[in-house]
Design a protein around this ligand. Sequence first.
Ligand SMILES: [Cu+2]
Length: 233
Amino acid sequence: MKNVLLILAIGIFGAWQIASASDIIGLITLKGTPPAEKEITPLMDNPDCAAMYAKTPTTHFYVVGPNGEFADVVVSLKGVTGKSTGASAPPVVLDQKGCLYSPQILAIQTGQKLIVKNSDSCVHNVHTTPAVPGNPESNQAQMPGGADLNFVYAQPEMFLRFKCDVHPWMFAWVSVFDHPYFAVSGADGKFVIKNVPPGKYTVEAAHRKLGIQTQDVEVKDGDVTANFAFAIK
Ligand SMILES: [Cu+2]
């Protein structure tokens, strides 16, 4: 009897785990040929920055793999609010390396610490220009080897801009959510939004140049797939 109860308990717990921890997974693709990336020629006019390159680096507006795998798409659940776990989430790091931000597209939660590093041997000036009231603008120089800068945002905002006033080609775009249900597609075009509770959702895929697509999904008792196809018109 004890064993039966134990098996029953494991069975119920197992089912509960599956039902309460579904992932939304997907592949994002880009159809068509995006505009050619531009060489960042002013970077090579700056001796500090040029010294780090053998060849002129380019913009990364459309990061696409050989089969259309589309990176840097911010995928999130729409209409979920007030569920931030940012205060206890590990910090996210934004680096300044080779006179570029790395990564250039990232996402955090409200209340989650964003650490900005300077890995270069030149000074950068981190200038944030949020558009949503409650997210403060900030403008701080960061010396080579200088202390990390910390940022925390209270309000959700898509593509909050980080720029460098010393190097006007340097941008990063930080999307802020007040819940943990988001991801940025990787070089393989894939994304995973983890541990989504059961329910009906609209999944939003946002690319900074190509706008927004949405898709309705229902999470019940297993992983759900939501693929998105962007196109160059
Ligand atoms: Cu800079």
